[in-house]
Design a protein around this ligand. Structure first.
Ligand code: AMP
Ligand code: ZN
Length: 153
């Protein structure tokens, strides 16, 4: 089976959230261009900006879905808002509509990957106890095989 080639996101440029916040403007505007700012250190912002390749499976105006580089299941896709929010709690409080768009994209990917019949798992690791390693809000969409118990203790 041919492997998917990594591709970069097509919607450029994205707004630099730091500049918008520094200017006292809403972070979801689309007026400016992304450039080397605070979030340049954010791995997922750099994927959104097209600076780091990823295997993108779905892109909407405000969200991006790409395959996890270290898959933990036959299907393991990360779904993110293009705008930088540190975690799902910050995202959900600041922009519930965008959080909903992330869920809608996750659902569309689940359908496209054939996960709706057998089911799947959606995980938002958050903070230290949640095991979050990349501090740009993201959902892990996992499926394609039985996933076992939710937590091992
Ligand atoms: P978390 O522990 O919830 O923050 O998950 C971060 C996820 O990002 C991990 O599952 C990593 O395998 C994944 N990851 C790290 N770097 C990349 C990358 N360049 N492309 C795709 N996924 C990545
Ligand atoms: Zn980011």
């Amino acid at each position: 089976m041919p492997r998917e080639a990594p591709v970069t996101s097509t919607a450029r440029p994205v707004t630099c959230p730091s500049c918008l916040r520094a200017a006292g403007r809403p972070a979801r505007g689309r007026a400016g261009a992304y450039h080397a700012g605070v979030e340049i250190d954010c791995l997922f912002c750099r994927i959104v900006a097209g600076e780091i390749p990823a295997t993108i499976v779905r892109e909407t105006e405000n969200t991006l879905a790409f395959r996890d580089i270290g898959p933990k299941a036959p299907v393991h896709v990360l779904v993110i808002p293009k705008e930088h929010y540190a975690d799902v709690a910050t995202l959900g409080q600041a922009d519930p509509a965008l959080a909903g768009e992330v869920l809608a994209t996750a659902a569309a990917v689940a359908e496209a990957e054939g996960l709706l019949v057998d089911g799947f798992r959606l995980i938002f690791n958050t903070g230290g106890y949640g095991g979050q390693e990349v501090f740009h809000a993201h959902a892990h969409l996992l499926g394609g095989a039985p996933l076992g118990p939710m937590l091992s203790r």
